[in-house]
Design a protein around this ligand. Structure first.
Ligand SMILES: [Zn+2]
Length: 211
């Protein structure tokens, strides 16, 4: 079964992982889209559907490498779908490393799996880690591509989300008088919302909006 970008996007919106509305980001800019990064993989059945799609793009993968923490569950799911091993890299003293006995063999065919790519910083580091181990990079796959500039790694994503934002004075939603939304307003308020947003590379941070 093929998972089209439209169906994937629809699933993420249905699961409230991608929200449409009017949001004020922690940067002060306004946006019409908010990605709740942690919720991308909240439903295992949906995650497996994404994983099966990603696995179908890359034949003969032997090991899936995911940057911790966000991509660990997707990496595991892709490895399950691909019949590959699942390992993850984690940041120690500022550097991405394989720890816990995880290792790559020279010549091994490795797929890098990331949940959401914005700047591509972590993905680029893990890409280099795989190459420096002498393994072959089968590709770089993500669930969501939010990049704003082209990357120097071969990224392929299930869903592309344009990261459009505006200065408040130029915001077309403000101009139309559209009220602000807060993501998961019943569940995420105050400090819970702030900590979720700040720990989140991919999601645009959202400040709670009074009223
Ligand atoms: Zn606005």
């Amino acid at each position: 079964m093929t998972l089209t970008p439209e169906r994937a996007r629809g699933l993420l919106e249905e699961r409230r992982a991608i929200l449409s509305g009017h949001f004020e980001l922690t940067s002060g800019r306004h946006s019409d889209i908010y990605v709740q990064k942690a919720r991308l993989l909240e439903y295992p059945e949906t995650a497996m559907e994404f994983a099966g799609e990603i696995a179908s793009w890359y034949p003969d993968v032997e090991v899936v490498v995911a940057p911790a923490v966000g991509a660990i569950s997707l990496g595991f799911a892709v490895a399950l779908a691909a019949g590959a091993r699942a390992i993850f890299a984690e940041r120690t003293d500022g550097r991405m490393e394989l720890r816990r006995g995880f290792a790559l063999e020279p010549g091994e065919r490795a797929l890098l799996v990331e949940d959401i790519v914005t700047t591509g910083g972590s993905a680029r580091e893990v890409h280099e880690l795989i190459r420096s181990a002498g393994a072959e990079v089968a590709g770089v796959a993500a669930l969501v591509d939010r990049t704003t500039t082209p990357l120097d790694i071969p990224l392929r994503a299930v869903v592309r989300v344009e990261a459009v934002s505006w200065e408040p004075a130029a915001c077309p939603l403000c101009a139309r008088g559209v009220p602000f939304d807060t993501p998961g307003s019943r569940l995420l308020r105050g400090s819970a919302l702030s900590s979720e947003a700040s720990s989140n590379e991919g999601a645009a941070g959202v400040r709670p909006w009074p009223g």
